[in-house]
Design a protein around this ligand. Structure first.
Ligand code: HEM
Length: 98
């Protein structure tokens, strides 16, 4: 199983239920609501070592999500498969149309 927040996907489901907000995630830095991260690697390092304990934190997230360098490389490779170059370069969706 692979975790793609905010939903859990079984591998056979990939391509069917992907959260649309992850499309072009490789190209949509800075990340998070306040733009604190400039790279996907920083995002993953946050899950690995930056999660702050609090009384309301989901117990599964206490201690973070342990990610090896290989895990992070694999996740980033996966997220990059969601890059849609055709969409990015389609003039129908360019700023010039606003
Ligand atoms: C290893 C698994 C995960 C990966 C690869 C991942 C990846 C990401 C990335 C790249 C972003 C930035 C999105 C953006 O700025 O457009 C993000 C944001 C977010 N993720 Fe995850 N995530 C993971 C696990 C989780 C989990 C387990 C949760 C919840 C329990 C979660 C909840 C969120 C939330 C709420 C945000 C938005 C935070 C903000 O805007 O400040 N993620 N995630």
């Amino acid at each position: 199983m692979i975790v793609v927040e905010p939903i859990l996907l079984e591998l056979p489901q990939i391509g069917i239920n992907l959260n649309a907000s992850l499309r072009n995630i490789e190209k949509s830095e800075p990340y998070m609501h306040d733009g604190r991260f400039t790279s996907l690697n920083q995002c993953l390092e946050h899950y690995n070592s930056g999660i702050v304990a609090s009384p309301t934190l989901e117990t599964q997230l206490v201690g973070g999500i342990p990610l090896t360098p290989q895990n992070k490389a694999d996740l980033i490779a996966f997220l990059k498969t969601l890059t849609d170059t055709k969409y990015l370069t389609d003039t129908r969706f360019s700023d010039n149309n606003f």
